[in-house]
Design a protein around this ligand. Structure first.
Ligand SMILES: [Zn+2]
Length: 358
């Protein structure tokens, strides 16, 4: 499922490139073939690099959100999370990496709530089993399960705290942060998740990756202290509803801008490490960002405080266990094994998908 402008652009560019180099294509200048060679190298590099940054808030966004959530915690639990700040931040994107290895993973990151009619927040049962009874599990999985998966991960985190199982607490906290952040992205709550139904391909990555990368250093991330959440399922449904209420603005503003903005200035080429990528231009991004009037900032802020509040509440629900014991060698071995396994799965899958593309 294409979730970013980069992915769309790559597939289009690859197709365009294949046309250019096909024997039927017209190639009057020999130097053009060298340009093609350079392009081909660039595209191959892009295909290698691209899968790292395809989904959700982008790697940068997710890592920042999880990191900032640690600083919302009450002091009694903040010390534990601060001690593991690097883990919580670095592993904020594991859930996205798992998409390449596990077919069940993708629906955990979104819910196409508008699939369920005009009044979906009235019609879709909040509780998982009621929703399964009404629609079947296959249907729920087909259109995404993020609110229910957040609830599941929350229960798992309570369990991890009860067991005082530090690797399990860290892994579950990082993943829970990821799914909560995804639920705060408007385009994670609609069938038109990448503007594919309104000729706005690429808007998904534009909103959730490009804009935070360009502007988040100016955002105000002082979001206050995490609070106890007595009903996590209701809280995450509320987040999904607020996200969904913003979908029209996300799409309409970009459509308006696209109509008024000079089309030859909409995209620009930018250096990314050793690669050159095509991205929404800075001028186009600046205009869109202005029209959104702090929306991306508001959704990031809401993600951060909700994540902190969920972590804190899980710890309270588990009876506020003492977590002052340091990581044992065995804990470190478990975490290292999991990291290696995830990396191996990810590498195996991304290589396979590239071969498939070719
Ligand atoms: Zn995600």
């Amino acid at each position: 499922m294409p979730f970013s402008f980069l992915e769309d652009w790559l597939s289009k560019t690859q197709k365009g490139f294949n046309l250019l180099v096909s024997p039927r294509s017209f190639r009057p200048f020999s130097y053009f073939r060298s340009v093609q060679k350079v392009l081909k190298i660039a595209i191959v590099l892009l295909l290698v690099v691209a899968p790292l940054n395809l989904y959700c808030w982008g790697f940068f966004g997710h890592k920042s959100i999880n990191r900032l959530a640690v600083f919302t915690l009450p002091t009694e639990i903040m010390a534990f999370y601060k001690q593991h700040l690097e883990y919580i931040s670095e592993h904020a994107v594991d859930a996205d990496m798992r998409r390449y290895a596990l077919k069940e993973e993708a629906p955990r990151h979104y819910i196409d709530i508008d699939h369920y009619g005009e009044q979906p927040f009235d019609d879709v049962p909040k509780q998982w089993f009621d929703a399964v009874d009404k629609y079947t599990e296959d249907t729920l999985q087909a259109y995404g399960i993020v609110p229910w998966h957040v609830e599941r991960m929350y229960k798992r985190l309570v369990d991890a705290f009860k067991k005082r199982d530090i690797p399990y607490i860290l892994k579950t906290s990082a993943d829970l942060g990821h799914y909560i952040a995804d639920a705060h992205v408007p385009l994670h709550t609609t069938e038109n998740y990448n503007g594919q139904m309104t000729n706005q391909h690429g808007i998904h990555g534009f909103w959730e990756s490009r804009l935070p990368e360009l502007y988040s250093e100016d955002y105000d991330f002082f979001v206050g202290r995490a609070k106890y959440v007595s009903d996590p399922l209701a809280a995450i449904w509320h987040a999904v509803e607020v996200s969904n209420n913003a979908v029209d603005s996300v799409l309409d503003f970009e459509r308006q801008l696209n109509e008024s903005f000079p089309s030859d200035r909409k995209y620009a080429f930018e250096e990314r490490g050793r690669s050159t990528i095509k991205a929404y231009s800075r001028d186009y991004s600046a205009e869109y960002h202005l029209m959104l009037d702090h929306m991306v900032e508001r959704r990031m802020r809401a993600s951060i405080i909700t994540i902190g509040s969920f972590w804190f509440s899980a710890w309270v629900d588990a009876g506020k266990p003492d977590l002052s014991k340091p990581l044992s060698e065995e804990d470190e071995r478990i975490l290292e094994e999991e990291r290696k396994q995830l990396e191996a799965d990810y590498q195996a899958r991304s290589v396979k998908s590239r071969e498939h593309d070719e």
